[in-house]
Design a protein around this ligand. Structure first.
Ligand code: 13P
Length: 257
């Protein structure tokens, strides 16, 4: 972490978990244990149908609500989709874009990720852009090239001022939901590389202001070590974000002064 230049952000990604009723219950549990997060921002990204309940439930807790996806068109005949303006209007601040599960199961591509990043920024949302390699790609030795490509594609056509509003989440696909965490050194190496990639595109000032998260089996027992890496500015947390006590423990790891 480096708090001098950029925000530390701990974000939960609930994926397809919890009903609106359970959202309310989780907020009550979190309220009982979550301290005032002075040194980091706390975000909870919830399924679209729970957004209203989440915005209401987290309102007085300094917890921002995020969405897990959006569609890039402004409006029209796109049955089942949700636009950036619709999210913004509900009080959403962040939106996850290009999560590996969406790339894997729902045909998300670098091109659609880029369109979604533009749509989110235009609506005043902060995109949390996910990048990451599969185990096969890591073993082939192409991780760095692939990550640079994903970052460049996601940010294509995005101006320097807007890039500062973006968060990049490095999520190695092989570490998601598997209990296999990247070592702190592996996470740190790729997050530093992401910042190098941004620096080459936008210069040092912009690069040092962008929050870069790690995601993939992050939990209370490994959060401190991962967050100690200079270019790991937070976490995008799946499984451990579903339990108020575990999520709080990770926030506490990021919230030490
Ligand atoms: P897990 O923390 O469950 O591995 O999920 C990580 C993730 O995909 C967050 O977006």
């Amino acid at each position: 972490m480096n708090r001098r230049y950029r925000k530390t952000i701990i974000a939960g990604n609930w994926k397809m978990n919890k009903t609106a009723t359970e959202t309310k219950k989780f907020a009550e549990q979190l309220k009982a244990v979550l301290p005032k997060a002075k040194w980091c921002d706390v975000v909870v990204c919830v399924p679209a149908v729970n957004i209203q309940a989440a915005v209401k439930a987290f309102r007085d807790m300094r917890v921002s609500v995020g969405a897990e996806n959006l569609f890039y068109e402004k409006s029209g005949a796109y049955t089942g989709e949700v636009s950036a303006d619709m999210l913004k209007d509900l009080g959403v601040k962040y939106v996850i874009i290009g999560h590996s599960e969406r790339r894997q199961y729902f045909g998300e591509t670098d091109v659609s990720v880029n369109k979604k990043v533009h749509a989110a920024l235009e609506a005043g949302l902060h995109p949390i852009i996910c990048v990451g390699e599969t185990l096969e790609q890591r073993e082939m030795g192409i991780t760095m090239e692939l990550i640079a490509l994903q970052v460049k594609a996601a940010l294509c056509g995005v101006g320097a001022e807007k890039v500062r509003k973006c968060v990049i989440a490095y999520e190695p696909v092989w570490a998601i939901g598997t209990g296999k965490t990247a070592t702190a050194a592996q996470a740190g190496e790729v997050c530093t590389w992401i910042r190098t990639t941004i620096r080459r595109l936008y210069g040092a000032r912009v690069a040092r202001s962008v929050t870069i998260q790690y995601g993939g089996s992050m939990k209370p027992s490994n959060a401190v070590e991962l967050l100690a890496q200079p270019d790991v500015d937070g976490g995008l947390i799946g499984g451990a974000a579903l339990k108020a006590d575990e999520f709080t423990a990770i926030v506490n790891a990021a919230n030490q002064d």
